[in-house]
Design a protein around this ligand. Structure first.
Ligand code: SF4
Ligand code: SF4
Length: 369
């Protein structure tokens, strides 16, 4: 995730000129825009850190393990090296750390070292191990569905444990991965989050290229990350699925405005049909996704080596990608659709505010909300 709003490019200058026109013509918006810029500034030097290569679950189509071409690193950094590494990242000026896995909670010392050195962070966890209270980062706890679904699709009854581990924890945001398979369980999970004093937001299942190829080639199911195979419906959202999600989440936003971290504008954006990004026809890569690993965004493996790869989930097919990481980070600069008039610009401001609430802990602007 990185910002382009401050880049000295013609397009950015034109954007800022248009923003100023809107601000001049709409009293009261300037303060909100200043706040949006402050939120965005916290993402000015971000980095991904792969904290662990292990995980106890077997999620269907796992973005990490399902791709067998992923290289296993035999020589991970020692605890002392992790300390020095994050101290170096602090010196480099990193403002936002994304701690990813496989499952980062399996290495608490690494998370503590990151938290001691970097101002903001976001951990992606399956919730099986409660992250140490001294780790002052946002924690995205992944949820895939109700108990039955959890057992069938992840080979583990993780749901209750995750809610138990994070009940009332202000660092935690439940991260429900909507998929074509689990829409019937969404309402129950949002209600459970409210009952456990936890906020919740959505990502959307985005299949890996290898998972799609296995389906296309009718490869037999295995007992790991392709254990359901073609016995279930396609992992790609149909237009009907997307309509259904839009209606469902609109209803949930009305019922749980304090629990559900989402805005109507983002809901509309993420449920539109077709690819969400401009795809390079030759490479199949999203050209305009802000989760791409390019300056100033870095990605480091467990041995501390900087990786040159597409994004933090390189095996996912960009054409079908609706991950929340790419979705939210691609909003840092308001696109033309948010510069039409003051209403569309307010839609963008609302999304930036929500992005701050989802990714920043502690949220430094709570009193301004
Ligand atoms: S919890 Fe994450 S890393 Fe572990 S199997 Fe599931 S998707 Fe993969
Ligand atoms: S897989 Fe998704 S997050 Fe990664 S570059 Fe493609 S669109 Fe962006």
């Amino acid at each position: 995730m990185h910002i382009s709003l401050e880049k000295n490019e013609d397009a950015s200058r034109a954007t800022l000129r248009r923003v100023r026109q809107i601000l001049d013509g709409t009293p009261g918006l300037t303060a909100r825009f200043k706040k949006a810029r402050k939120i965005i500034r916290n993402f000015r030097r971000p980095a991904f850190y792969e904290i662990s290569q292990e995980c106890g679950l077997f999620c269907e189509g796992c973005y990490y393990f399902e791709d067998s071409s992923r290289e296993h690193i035999s020589q991970e950094m020692t605890p002392e090296q992790w300390q020095d590494f994050f101290a170096g990242e602090k010196k480099r000026g990193v403002t936002m750390a994304y701690l990813v896995g496989a499952e980062p909670s399996m290495h608490m010392d690494r998370l503590l070292a990151a938290s001691e050195n970097i101002r903001f962070g976001k951990i992606g966890t399956n919730g099986m191990i409660r992250i140490h209270p001294d780790v002052k980062f946002r924690i995205g706890v992944s949820v895939w569905g109700d108990d039955d679904y959890d057992l069938k699709f992840r080979h583990g009854g993780m749901l209750r444990k995750a809610f138990e581990n994070y009940e009332g924890d202000p660092r935690a945001v439940m991260l429900y991965t909507l998929s074509p398979w689990n829409l019937h369980t969404v309402k129950d999970i949002v209600r459970m989050s409210a009952e456990h004093g936890l906020e919740i937001t959505f990502s959307m299942y985005s299949p890996t290229s290898t998972y799609l190829k296995k389906l296309a080639d009718s490869v037999p199911a295995d007992n790991k990350y392709f254990h359901l195979g073609d016995s279930i419906k396609s992992p790609v959202f149909s237009a009907d699925d997307l309509h259904k999600i839009k209606d469902l989440t609109t209803e949930l936003l009305e019922t749980y405005p304090e629990t559900l971290l989402l805005t109507p504008g983002y809901n509309k954006r993420i449920t539109r049909s077709g690819s969400l990004y401009a795809i390079d026809q030759e490479t199949g890569i999203a050209e305009d996704c802000a989760s791409r690993i390019k300056e100033p965004l870095h990605y480091y493996r467990v041995d501390g080596v900087k990786q040159n790869q597409k994004c933090c989930t390189p095996s996912i097919d960009c054409k079908h990608c609706r991950l929340y990481s790419g979705g939210w980070s691609s909003l840092f600069e308001p696109g033309p659709e948010y510069l039409v008039d003051s209403q569309s610009f307010i839609e963008w401001l609302d999304m930036i505010d929500m992005l701050g609430r989802i990714f920043l802990y502690p949220y430094p602007f709570a009193e301004e909300s």
